[in-house]
Design a binder for this molecule. Structure first.
Ligand SMILES: *Cc1c(COP(=O)(O)O)cnc(C)c1O
Length: 422
């Protein structure tokens, strides 16, 4: 599928007058339409809820848009819980799917009334010791191990993942939790990441539904919800076919009717914790070409760097790039597109065929709406960019200001050394 930016050169030129590049830009219309489609695709399930994975795009303005579609939040840290609370997500609208959890975070999650999703059997004791009891509603994260395959394709390697309980452990955990007073149970699993196939969720659902039936039969636990978690991917590359969320919803419905309904479990609610699918395509990183360098290769230096988008440096991830105003120009130049970090992996693209780039051209780096800004860091003392929202009416709203040197030095505010810059 051809990848087109949701913003034009003229719009970016106008934005850049007020908000210097680089910045992350989000497309409100795209976010809303997609959230609506997800809701419709699972409308057949009475209790369905998407718990947006806050870590993907931790911004209160984004959370508030998703709230309009009945979304809750999926958190795994103290500050994500705080942001959810501040945005008015209450009680069971918050899922706490953490791992290696500091005990005080279990306490805070419980104080908010969030659903706690236990990553390990030993966390039962940790929760009981920390908050003094086992909450009535509790969830356990499952990891069957091995490889997760669709036909002969290896989707991911759960056996190598640190998350979740083994089959034996989850049965044991349910028995212990029940004995300690838990009444409403949930099961959660995240077995493959960024899947670009309509088959992942239905296959995962089959694994989870079958375990749920057995858990119910063997332990008598009242299973209220099954959480399919994240993992629905997006087509980062133009040649990839996007997922069809309606086909996915329908695939899950079939398995639900085959496995859960005959077992008398036709009232189980389904939850999702999608991050990437909800936001990635509806955000981009806008950056400007500021240097060209002709040495052993052809380099274009831009004003963004891996601090603004880490995925290419960290995973060698592909992010499509459009040179604004040259959408229809031939891609007859081979470039490395680089940032300014003193790290040779700070490249947004390597040997990429693009139109000729001139200094001052604006580049749109696609699909940065999830796991983009949020993975940012401050290496080389680089500052994080602003986040802007392109609203449905075409106006632009700043939804996070850019960092200033003062923010960077703020943790020295207890002493006088950096006073000149504070
Ligand atoms: C990261 C994460 C998600 C979201 O994953 P995506 O790949 O963005 O869909 C959901 N649940 C948990 C527990 C996660 O860690």
């Amino acid at each position: 599928m051809e990848k087109k930016p949701f913003v034009t050169m003229e719009q970016v030129q106008e934005m850049a007058g007020t908000y210097p590049t680089p910045f992350h830009l989000y497309d409100e219309k795209g976010i809303r339409e997609n959230a609506k489609r997800l809701k419709e695709a699972f409308a057949w399930n009475k209790g369905f809820r998407e718990y947006f994975a806050v870590k993907a795009t931790p911004n209160p303005f984004i959370l508030n848009i998703l709230k309009d579609y009945g979304c809750g939040t999926d958190c795994s840290s103290l500050t994500e819980l705080m942001m959810s609370d501040a945005c008015g997500f209450h009680g069971h609208e918050i899922m706490f799917s953490s791992n290696d959890t500091p005990p005080e975070e279990f306490q805070f999650a419980n104080d908010l009334g969030a659903i706690i999703n236990l990553d390990d059997i030993t966390h039962i004791q940790c929760v009981e010791d920390t908050i003094g009891y086992i909450p009535e509603t509790i969830s356990c994260r499952y990891n069957p191990g091995g490889l997760f395959k669709i036909s002969n394709d290896i989707m991911d390697n759960p056996g190598d993942a640190k998350y979740g309980m083994t089959t034996e452990q989850i049965f044991e955990a349910f028995k212990i939790l029940k004995a300690k007073g838990a009444k409403n149970f949930g099961i959660h699993a995240f077995l493959a990441s960024n899947t670009v196939t309509n088959e992942y969720y239905p296959m995962l659902a089959k694994v989870l539904f079958e375990v749920a039936v057995k858990l119910h039969e063997e332990t008598g636990a009242d299973i209220k919800f099954i959480n399919l978690s994240g993992g629905i991917g997006i087509p980062y590359r133009p040649e990839q076919e996007p997922n069809d969320i309606f086909a996915i919803g329908e695939g899950v419905r079939k398995v639900y009717e085959e496995v859960l309904v005959p077992a008398g479990m036709g009232d189980v609610a389904l939850y999702t914790e999608l991050g990437r699918f909800m936001l990635a395509p509806y955000g981009c990183l806008v950056t400007k070409a500021i240097h060209e360098k002709h040495t052993h290769k052809e380099y274009i230096g831009v004003d963004a760097c891996a601090v603004n988008l880490m995925r290419p440096a960290m995973y060698g991830a592909y992010h499509h790039i459009t040179v604004l105003g040259k959408e229809n120009a031939p891609c007859d130049h081979k470039y490395d597109i680089t940032g300014s970090l003193c790290e040779n992996n700070d490249k947004f693209a390597i040997d990429r065929m693009l139109p000729q780039i001139d200094m001052g051209d604006y580049l749109v780096i696609h699909d940065t709406g999830a796991h983009g800004f949020s993975m940012g860091y401050n290496y080389n003392g680089k500052l994080k960019s602003a986040e802007l929202l392109l609203k449905e009416d075409g106006s632009v709203q700043m939804i996070r200001r850019a960092e200033t040197p003062k923010d960077y030095f703020a943790t020295f505010d207890f002493c006088d050394i950096m006073k000149k810059y504070l």
